[in-house]
Design a protein around this ligand. Structure first.
Ligand code: PGA
Length: 255
């Protein structure tokens, strides 16, 4: 059976208030609840997770976090543990987003977080992506390293809970020059699947979902899902606009 598409909104450090967060999520949920072939995930700031739990109780729209630590509890000021996320019924967590890598997260730290989060029962959205796309193909080495290190310690059964999000840094956020081309995303999917196949076997490679993020919106969603042949999308800015995000969900449903 083909897997359902998954659309994961990354709100980043937005919005400013809980009231606004509730309003936005309620509108998103209204659309998500009508769809059968799409899993909707909204990754909200950790501080809102407890309050938004009630707004996202339906199976078709669940909450995700944007990061977590690798220890279950203890003296780690400011961190949030995977078990704490689980206790709030959070199902997904983004790990290794380029904005966190830019704050100093290493591949080794990301690997520990991925392992701990999956061991706690969370599904992990592991972000990988190159800074620049050079003509000599050096960026492929960068992706290979990110994927290999982050998945090195995973068991074969862990891959069912792994989603790899290709997010080229040059295509993300306000400063983005342009989104990637769907064709490039498809090639990256093949490349990442091959790495997983070589290192962890066919089943692990097949179990892992591959999605794209980086300036996705209601205008380009169809081309990434269709030509790019991705299992889903990870929009940032567009996920804060219920109209745009809702349109993306409907596009994924119709694919
Ligand atoms: P963007 O962000 O859609 O605003 O480019 C995507 C992301 O960083 O996850």
């Amino acid at each position: 059976m083909p897997k359902k598409k998954i659309i994961i909104g990354n709100w980043k450090m937005n919005p400013e208030s809980l009231t606004e967060a509730k309003r936005t999520l309620t509108k998103i949920k209204k659309v998500a609840g009508t769809l059968r072939k799409v899993d909707t995930v909204v990754c909200v700031p950790a501080v809102f997770l407890g309050d938004l739990r009630r707004e996202a109780t339906g199976k078709r729209c669940v909450l995700g976090a944007q990061d977590c630590y690798f220890e279950p509890k203890g003296s780690f000021t400011g961190e949030v543990s995977p078990l704490q996320l689980k206790s709030l019924k959070v199902k997904y967590v983004i790990i290794g987003h380029s904005e966190r890598r830019a704050m100093g997260e290493t591949d080794a730290l990301i690997a520990k977080k991925v392992k701990a989060a999956i061991a706690s029962g969370l599904s992990v959205v592991l972000c990988v992506g190159e800074q620049v796309r050079d003509k000599d193909g050096k960026y492929l080495k960068q992706i290979e390293k990110q994927v290999e290190i982050a998945t090195a310690d995973l068991k074969k059964s862990d891959f069912e809970k792994l989603i790899i999000a290709y997010e080229p840094v040059w295509a993300i956020g306000e400063a983005a020059k342009r989104p990637a081309e769907p064709r490039d995303v498809f090639e990256m999917k093949i490349f990442v699947k091959r790495i997983l196949n070589d290192k962890h076997g066919k089943k692990a490679s097949e179990d892992t979902r591959f999605i794209y993020g980086g300036s996705t919106d209601d205008k380009n969603a169809e081309s990434f899902l269709h030509e790019g042949q991705v299992d889903g999308l990870l929009p940032g800015r567009a996920s804060l606009d219920p109209e745009k995000f809702g349109a993306m969900l409907r596009i994924a449903e119709a694919i």
